[in-house]
Design a protein around this ligand. Structure first.
Ligand code: HEC
Ligand code: HEC
Ligand code: HEC
Ligand code: HEC
Length: 127
C-alpha cells in the first residue's frame, strides 16, 4: 500500500513538472524581434506573459483540438495569403495588429496602462 502511494506521488510530481516545463518561456524567447519594412517590432514576451491580465492562451490560441498551443504564430499565419484560399488562416499583419493593438486599446479604454495603440505605429515599428 505504502509503495503504491509513493509511486503515485512520484508519478504526479513527474507529471506536474513536465506540464510546468511545457508552459515555460524558453530563455531565447524572453524578448522577440519581428522584422518589418516599417521598422522592427520588439516584443517583451516574458513581461507580457507575466501581466496579471494574461495567460499563455490569451495569445496562443488553438485552432484544432490537436494543435499544440506553443506553435509559433508564423507557422500558420503567413505574410502573404492567397485570396482564393478561404481556409487559409488570416495573414500575419492582420492577426498581430488585432491581438497586440486590440489588447492595448481595450486596456487603455478601461483606464489601465498599456503599449502602443493603433495610430502609434512608430512606437512599435522602430527604425
Ligand atoms: C502594438 C504594436 C504595433 C503597432 C502599434 C503597429 N504594428 Fe504593425 N506590426 C506589428 C507586429 C508585431 C507585426 C508582425 C510582424 C511580422 O510579420 O512578424 C506587424 C506587421 C506590420 C506590417 C507587415 C509587415 C511588413 O513590414 O511587411 C505592416 C505593413 C505594418 N505592421 C504596418 C503598421 C502601421 C502602418 C501601423 C500604424 C497604423 C502599425 N503597423 C502599428 C506591431 C504593431
Ligand atoms: C501577449 C501575447 C503572448 C503571451 C501572453 C504569451 N505568448 Fe508566447 N509568443 C507570443 C508571440 C507573438 C510569439 C512569437 C511567435 C512567432 O514567432 O511566430 C510567441 C512565442 C512563443 C514560443 C516560441 C515558439 C517558437 O518555437 O518559436 C513559446 C515556447 C511560447 N511563446 C510560450 C509561451 C508561454 C509558455 C506563455 C505563458 C507563460 C506565453 N508564451 C505567453 C505571444 C505571447
Ligand atoms: C495551428 C495554426 C495556428 C497557430 C499556431 C496560430 N493561429 Fe491564429 N488562427 C489560425 C486560424 C486557422 C485562424 C482563423 C480561424 C479561427 O479563428 O480559428 C486564426 C485566427 C486568429 C486570430 C483572429 C483573426 C481575426 O481576424 O480576428 C488572431 C488574432 C490570431 N489567430 C492570432 C494568433 C497569434 C497571435 C498566434 C501566435 C501566438 C496564433 N494566432 C497562432 C491558426 C493558427
Ligand atoms: C493581453 C493584453 C496585451 C497583449 C495581447 C499585448 N500587449 Fe503589449 N502591453 C500590454 C500592457 C498591459 C502593456 C504595459 C505594460 C507595463 O507598462 O507595465 C504593454 C506594453 C507593450 C509595449 C511597450 C513597451 C513594453 O514592453 O512595456 C509594447 C511595444 C508592446 N506592448 C507590444 C506588444 C506586441 C508587439 C504585442 C503582440 C505580439 C502585444 N504587445 C500584445 C498588454 C498587451
Amino acid at each position: 500500500m505504502r509503495l503504491k502511494v509513493t509511486i503515485f506521488v512520484l508519478l504526479s510530481l513527474i507529471a506536474s513538472s513536465v506540464m510546468a516545463a511545457c508552459l515555460t518561456i524558453p530563455e531565447n524567447k524572453t524578448v522577440i524581434q519581428f522584422p518589418s519594412k516599417l521598422g522592427d517590432v520588439t516584443f517583451a514576451h516574458k513581461k507580457h506573459a507575466d501581466l496579471s491580465i494574461t495567460q499563455c492562451t490569451t495569445c496562443h490560441h488553438k485552432h484544432q483540438p490537436t494543435d499544440t498551443v506553443m506553435q509559433p504564430c508564423h507557422e500558420c499565419h503567413k505574410h502573404k495569403v492567397d485570396k482564393d484560399d478561404e481556409a487559409a488562416p488570416p495573414k500575419t499583419k492582420t492577426v498581430f495588429h488585432t491581438r497586440c493593438i486590440g489588447c492595448h486599446e481595450y486596456t487603455v479604454a478601461s483606464g489601465g496602462q498599456a503599449g502602443p495603440v493603433k495610430k502609434k505605429c512608430k512606437l512599435c515599428h522602430v527604425k
